[in-house]
Write a protein that binds this ligand. Structure first.
Ligand code: CP
Length: 355
């Protein structure tokens, strides 16, 4: 059974179950389904399966809040969340904003493009300024890998990495794991194919950590120029240095997709072609597009995912993207509950803070 937080906040969230749902409908009191030990969410590379499952279980409870007639609880009333984005975003920023508001927090959105960053203010001065306003949580997206670590080290914020360079996008991977668990019942033992530009993808990196920690059989697929060296654990670079968990590598998507439970397509960043990493978009689509004929090789009931934004007709066909097997909209919907869970756990999940 879940442990309660040591000091129960007003208006928290309950774990799944009929009785819990009935109680939750009548009360704002919430039991967290476990104890959280982290001050920040920067990466998933050192997360245990139990920690990831705590987030997913908490997200289940958040889904129940979102299903209420009036989806609002005062769990984070009195807290202020700042989203600070140095890169464009639709899903991540909007879902963090809604997540904070559903939980009763104040939310301030800052885009580098419309802020004093444009006048030359440094990252650290921007972070310190937002802290001086009195905010508690900083959700940050930055083009430089590692930028959220600097903010975490140099400020008093709880920092959430909303995507940094090629490095990590932990809440995307958590919502992906949540979506797989919700639809397929369990992540453990599922064959999950991630296809596309793995080398430059923070979504892929965070998913590799989360899905392997949860016991999935992960297969990555793409042209050799878009895969990190040594990802299969054989030699060199990322995998050798322990910066990515070893997984099965395939260059042939038809072979990779055989027996898959989940096929996750990644956005092809078109500048890769300019950089000489691809012969042509047409060639890439021919070899690596997820389309209906290919999907027929997967297991019956297999599902398709994409973190978005999509290039329909390049990495995924329009009929698959919007077809019966697509969980792409469900991923976006689940992003709100998962980000509510993250905010809640960071601010209320435990009274004893670790790192
Ligand atoms: N998947 C994702 O991070 O989308 P946004 O860039 O729209 O936030």
């Amino acid at each position: 059974m879940a442990k309660s937080v040591t000091s129960k906040p007003a208006g928290a969230v309950r774990p799944n179950g009929k009785r819990a749902r009935a109680q939750a409908a009548q009360s704002d009191a919430i039991d967290a389904p476990g104890v959280w030990q982290r001050r920040h969410l920067l990466d998933l590379d050192d997360f245990s399966a139990a920690e990831i499952e705590l987030v997913l279980d908490t997200a289940d409870a958040m889904k129940e809040v979102l299903a209420r007639e009036v989806p609002r609880v005062p769990a984070l009333r009195g807290s202020t969340i700042v989203t600070l984005f140095y890169e464009d975003s639709t899903r991540t920023r909007a879902s963090f904003e809604l997540a904070g508001k559903v939980l009763g927090a104040d939310v301030i959105n800052v885009s580098a493009a419309g802020s004093s960053v444009k006048k030359g203010e440094s990252l650290l001065d921007t972070v310190r300024t937002l802290q001086a306003i009195g905010a508690d949580v900083l959700v940050m997206r930055h083009y430089a890998s590692g930028a959220p670590y600097l903010a975490a080290r140099e400020s008093g914020f709880h920092v959430v990495n909303g995507g940094d360079g090629w490095h990590a996008h932990p809440t995307q991977a958590l919502l992906d794991a949540y979506t797989i668990r919700s639809r397929l019942g369990d992540v453990r033992g599922r064959r999950i194919v991630i296809v596309g530009d793995i080398a430059h993808s923070r979504v892929a990196r965070s998913n590799l950590w989360a899905l392997t920690a949860l016991g999935a059989e992960v297969v990555v697929c793409g042209p050799p120029t878009l895969l990190p060296f040594g990802l299969d654990g054989s030699c060199r670079d990322d995998a050798e240095e322990g910066s990515l968990p070893p997984v099965r590598v395939e260059h042939d998507l038809d072979r990779a997709i055989e027996g898959a439970d989940v096929v996750m397509a990644l956005r092809l960043q078109r500048e890769r072609q300019q950089a000489g990493l691809l012969p042509s978009l047409r060639e890439y689509s021919r070899l690596y597009q997820v389309h209906g004929e290919r999907l027929a090789r997967a297991r019956p009931g297999a599902v398709v995912m994409h973190p978005g934004p999509m290039n329909e007709g390049i990495e995924i066909s329009a009929d698959v993207a919007h077809g019966a097997r697509s969980l792409i909209e469900e991923q976006v919907t689940n992003g709100v509950a998962v980000r509510m869970a993250v905010l809640y756990l960071l601010l209320r999940g435990t009274m004893e803070r670790g790192s």
